[in-house]
Design a binder for this molecule. Structure first.
Ligand code: MN
Length: 226
């Protein structure tokens, strides 16, 4: 049987040292740093992690990100991103890091005004979180090279001014625990990406802003909003 329209392009991220990581699905953890949960008016107690998604092709390594339509309050959220080499269901936390191919530095761009309306109305976050180019991400560093970072600074500057600073060790749920929880909701698969949450300091960006994000021991991301 033939495809009736051309096959869509495969979303992918470059890998440091060569090659492309094909993206299957994109899962994101909400409120995984206590100080960010508090700034969003939530209780940072250790309730189970919750997830939302972005389309695979919302993730991009382009350095110029178009300011999206339908918002007047686009926010940056710097995040550690995890790419999976293998999958599984009901994975134990102490076995979960074996699924990881590598790590990158991403920004969970958020139309905060649409999210606020959705929260108030008990409506889905999809259009607040899953718009075109909403998941810029730098190249993946292979876990085989860098290991599995459990601590290290995670920072974001806008136009040279630091806006977000945290440490991976402040994650309420570790990468291994996030993967274990997620694997009880879906069967994880090769190519899945997970955005692991953001520290405090989220805020608006405007056209012309330059974003520079960094996770110690993982990498960097350098973006212009255009
Ligand atoms: Mn986020």
């Amino acid at each position: 049987m033939h495809y009736v329209i051309p096959l869509p392009p495969q979303a992918a991220l470059p890998v440091l040292g060569g090659g492309l990581f094909p993206i299957r699905r994109v899962f994101c953890v909400g409120r995984n740093y206590a100080d960010h949960a508090r700034e969003m008016g939530a209780d940072p107690s250790r309730e189970p992690p919750f997830f939302f998604t972005k389309p695979a092709d919302a993730v991009t390594d382009r350095s110029r990100i178009p300011y999206p339509p339908a918002t007047a309050n686009l926010h940056h959220e710097i995040e550690l991103v995890v790419g999976l080499a293998t999958g599984g269901a009901d994975v134990d936390a102490d076995a979960a890091l074996a699924l990881v191919y590598g790590y990158g530095v991403g920004v969970d761009l958020t139309r905060r005004d649409l999210q606020d309306v959705a929260k108030k109305g008990g409506k889905p976050w999809d259009m607040a979180k899953g718009f075109d180019f909403s998941g810029p991400c730098g190249p993946l560093a292979r876990a085989a090279e860098i290991g599995h970072p459990g601590s290290g600074a995670i920072t974001l500057a806008v136009n040279g001014q630091e806006r977000q600073r945290g440490d991976l060790s402040q994650m309420i749920w570790s990468v291994a625990e996030v993967l274990a929880h997620l694997s009880r909701l879906v069967t994880l698969a090769p190519g899945d990406l997970v955005f692991t949450g953001t520290p405090a300091g989220v805020g608006p960006v405007a056209r012309g802003d330059r974003l520079f994000g960094r996770v110690d021991g993982v990498g960097e991301i350098d973006l212009a909003i255009v």
